[in-house]
Design a protein around this ligand. Structure first.
Ligand SMILES: [Fe+2]
Length: 297
């Protein structure tokens, strides 16, 4: 069997507003549109993903919170309705997805071998969180590629940040080992907003873009600083700044997907491509890609 590989990694944030704005048949609420630049960023990412022809998509979501250990979706087919508890007016989505249970089990076993508390999620009626669903819908609305869903055990919130990040770095290494042994072409998805300062009231028409702008100028400046560093391939500097970034921008990357993905990719020094940036209720969202296959070639 040929060695599997991570062909690309995407920063793929999950504001449910983006799904709402697209009016897909799976989502019940209807919209007039909105957040177009971010949705066009996802269109560029989709074209890139299409060309990569991956066998599997792996997503780490801050909104599947498992306080004890790292959990992996472990049921071959999952369907049901996913509702965003904060924005049930925007996101009531009927999902139907295929899980690559074999690879999920391999990731879980590798994580356990590295000393991480890890577990397979075997509940057939499990309601998949809106972060996982939104990221997967936005990057691949056809839902025709099996997925590995990974929980955020949120260790950076209740351990020290360093200890939590260390867990995510190990989880990334475990993920890479499992992918390499699988022989598959994998794409990683880091389901994270950058600056997470947000408005506390929604406009009467949520998609009224005259009300959309960064909530915090400090948060916006952090977004630009991080994007620029990533575009230059300076991931080491980004990881050095990580604690300050998380603190000052209230960045959602704290939940672990960002260090998980970078670690799995071996902290690549190749420049990341920015597909686009936009705010959603004031939070900063960047769609970015590391095409490792192209970089290797
Ligand atoms: Fe979120």
């Amino acid at each position: 069997m040929t060695k599997g590989s991570i062909v690309a990694g995407f920063i793929a944030p999950h504001p449910p507003h983006l799904v709402y704005a697209e009016n897909p048949p799976q989502n019940e609420p209807r919209s007039e549109g909105g957040w177009e630049p971010l949705r066009w960023a996802y269109e560029r990412a989709r074209a890139s993903l299409e060309a990569l022809k991956p066998d599997v998509l792996l997503v780490h979501s801050p909104h599947w919170q498992t306080l004890v250990g790292h959990h992996f979706l472990g049921v071959p087919k999952l369907s049901g309705r996913s509702v965003d508890p904060i924005f049930p007016n925007l996101f009531r989505y009927n999902f139907d997805l295929d899980v690559d249970v074999e690879l999920a089990e391999a990731c879980c076993a590798e994580a356990r071998a590295m000393g991480l508390e890890s577990k397979m999620m075997r509940n057939p009626g499990f309601r998949v969180d809106y972060g996982t669903i939104t990221t997967l819908h936005m990057i691949r609305p056809q839902w025709d590629i099996p997925v590995v869903g990974i929980s955020a055990n949120n260790s950076p919130y209740y351990l020290t940040l360093d200890e939590g990040v260390d867990e995510m770095i190990k989880l990334g290494e475990a993920t890479r080992r499992a992918i390499e042994a699988s022989g598959k072409r994998a794409v990683l998805l880091c389901s994270n907003t950058f600056s997470h300062w947000h408005f506390h009231e929604e406009p009467a028409l949520p998609e009224d873009m005259t009300k959309e702008h960064p909530q915090s100028y400090a948060g916006y400046k952090w977004d630009m600083r991080i994007i620029e560093l990533l575009r230059r391939g300076e991931v080491e500097e980004v990881m050095r700044l990580f604690p300050q970034w998380v603190e000052e921008a209230f960045a959602e990357v704290k939940s672990g997907a960002f260090p998980w993905m970078l670690s799995a990719m071996g902290f690549p020094k190749t420049p990341a491509e920015l597909h686009g940036y936009g705010t959603v209720i004031g939070t900063g969202n960047a769609v970015m890609e590391w095409n490792l296959e192209a970089a290797g070639a």
